[in-house]
Design a protein. Sequence first.
Length: 347
Amino acid sequence: MSKLIRKALFNENGDIDVLKRKVINGNTTNLNDFNNIKYAWTSKWYRQAMNNFWIPEEINMNQDIKDYRKLTKNEKETYDKILSFLIFLDSLQTANLPNVEEYITANEINLCLTIQAFQEAVHSQSYSYILDSICSPQERMDILYQWKNDEQLKRRNKFIGDLYNEFLENKEDIQLMKTLMANYILEGIYFYSGFMFFYNLARMGKMPGTVQEIRYINRDENTHLWLFKSIIIELQKEEPQLFTDELVMEYKNMLKKGVEEEIEWARYAIGDKIEGLSLKMVEEYICYLGNLRSRSLGFGNLYSFCLEEPKDMEWVNLYSNANIIKTDFFEAKSSAYAKSGALIDDL
Ligand code: ZN
Ligand code: ZN
């Protein structure tokens, strides 16, 4: 374990030679130069992220205003809880990414992280727009601060927040790697199972405006997952001491813990009370996501079961797949921003 060097904002003695560039502990000048990049994938990533630009208010919420009042009691409770949790996650992401950036010494990766932070802020604003459209001011406050009265949600948020807080206290390379893993788990497991609940509402013909917002958010989160996966894979090459068998086991245990946390949350927030979803479907889907995320980092499966996408959850992909985002689920106006071609997506 070694201390990370916090980079200077301007370093006149920094390395100009791209071959000397490193993801962490490099000697960077901090100058942004897009003509000389070491990590070629950042260029594709940047283009994709820029093409994904979207504006939350361009999505029409009229149907949702009516539907929200017609949701069953269980659907409404779950809608509120999951939205409250997503609001927390996106707020935390917006606040934490600059902390990670302080220790990343490849300027092209920092540029991507800055765009990600911007997108997380747009996501937060989209939730405010949804709430402003469908709720009274009092209901809006109740959803935003639901963790104040919901012990389970508070415990959950605290668990996730504490993982990030540890890096603020302890600036070691392993702690940064754990923060990157926590980020990857948040982006790749917590968000996705939340999105799935909204897609199920869409299957039932409810809350189409919320679902469109979520689909745009999902498309961005896909790229965030791609970004963190790429950073971790570069670190595997540059900093092998962070990937000993013992440490990889620790990262896999973090993933497992993430899966367990998400399943516990699903039992509480979704349960067996939502039309179109059974707890078994949701649990298998979360385990499948855990395996998928672990395999993407080259860590192998987490479990010997749920290796394939569960058949009864194939519909999730209809909504979440960025490559079919320009279907008639989206208003023609919004798709003007969806200039991007097929997303490079092997997540
Ligand atoms: Zn987000
Ligand atoms: Zn994100």
